[in-house]
Design a protein around this ligand. Structure first.
Ligand SMILES: NC(=O)c1ccc[n+]([C@@H]2O[C@H](COP(=O)([O-])OP(=O)(O)OC[C@H]3O[C@@H](n4cnc5c(N)ncnc54)[C@H](OP(=O)(O)O)[C@@H]3O)[C@@H](O)[C@H]2O)c1
Length: 320
């Protein structure tokens, strides 16, 4: 009986500890209209939609990406959505988030404009869509044989080159962002927050996505560790399933999209709304959609063969 009591007490404390009810509302410390938000990877897709969300509620927004023309369009959209009459609460800075010089320049601009930062959104990322042997240049003949039969040095070196591009876009970028901005967040915000747009693929393995999933998983774990090392900063990690947009069109390995039912993919706006809510509520881990994502994550540990079978069907992957 006593052990049941202990178990119930332990479960209750875990629920209460993680409960939103016990967390002070961030808005009290950082009013929404004064929030200073930096979004890395905001020229399209989810980052663009997150910029819209923050601009529409009057936050001060800095958008960053490499394509200047696309950034200019998003900046105009943010100005149109802003409740501020002159629409001057947003600015843009073209930059590569994996480049230390670029990120220091962005930080200097942010300090010059706002004298600090409240929210860092790390959204930029790159896709890679081919099975690893295909990246190497080996053609699958059947379940067991490839043509050519073995990878030579050139095949292996080519694979390493593609992996380095995936690593730069999905891991080094988030790493450089963290080192550049976490001290500024801690020094200048009453409620510093970091949002990482991770991926369900970082947690549940999808076929044909070995380079994408493994590099996203590296960033996911990096930010989970940072959350422990920086308890004063609220870290939110968002793991969306497949999202509509051009993400696959710019795959670094030139691979084709393979997903069945891409038309049922999530809308970037819906993902953005959920991510912004996660930051507001200081949620740590957000699956989008919630039941599908969390369910797949849990089921993978209970019955991996079932999840792997469903993943093969989703990505139309046949190995034999
Ligand atoms: N689409 C999906 O199905 C899906 C699912 C789960 C998670 N995600 C994650 O969501 C994030 C956003 O993807 P999305 O669907 O919105 O794709 P997207 O429309 O292609 O957006 C990617 C953004 O990242 C920027 N970017 C890429 N590399 C960059 C770099 N080195 N420096 C600065 N900016 C860079 C791109 O801008 P520039 O090209 O102008 O630099 C663009 O603004 C990614 O991290 C992705 O892994 C996507």
């Amino acid at each position: 009986m006593a052990s049941w009591g202990k178990l119930i007490a332990a479960v209750l404390s875990i629920v209460l500890f993680s409960s939103r009810l016990l967390r002070p509302r961030r808005e009290r410390k950082v009013p929404r209209a004064r929030e200073r938000v930096l979004i890395l990877g905001a020229s399209s897709g989810i980052g663009r939609a997150i910029a819209h969300e923050y601009a529409a509620r009057g936050a001060r927004v800095c958008i960053v990406a490499r394509r200047e023309a696309e950034l200019a369009k998003v900046l105009a959209e943010c100005a149109a959505l802003s409740p501020s009459r002159d629409g001057t609460t947003a600015f843009s800075e073209p930059a590569d988030f994996a480049c230390a010089e670029d990120m220091v320049r962005v930080r200097e601009r942010v300090v010059q404009e706002w004298d600090g930062l409240d929210t860092l959104v790390v959204c930029a990322g790159v896709s890679a869509l081919r099975p690893l042997m295909e990246v190497a240049g080996l053609q699958r003949l059947d379940g067991h044989r490839f043509a050519p039969a073995q990878a030579d040095v050139e095949h292996i070196k080519h694979t390493v080159g593609v992996a380095q591009a995936a690593l730069s876009g999905n891991y080094i970028g988030p790493l450089v962002s963290a080192v550049t901005f976490i001290p500024l967040l801690q020094a200048s915000s009453a409620a510093p927050s970091v949002l990482l747009i991770s991926s369900l693929a970082a947690l549940v393995p999808p076929p044909t996505r070995s380079l994408y999933a493994s590099t996203k998983a590296a960033a996911h774990m990096l930010f989970q560790v940072l959350a422990i090392e920086h308890p004063a900063v609220a870290f939110a990690l968002a793991a969306p399933a497949t999202v509509q947009g051009a993400f696959r069109a710019s795959a670094i390995d030139g691979g084709p999209p393979r997903e069945a039912a891409l038309e049922r993919a999530l809308a970037p706006d819906a993902v953005a709304r959920r991510c912004v809510r996660a930051v507001d509520r200081a949620e740590r881990m957000v699956f989008v959609p919630a039941v599908y994502g969390r369910g797949a994550h849990l089921l993978y540990w209970i019955c991996p063969a079932f999840v792997e079978w469903r993943a093969r069907a989703k990505y139309r992957f046949v190995a034999e």
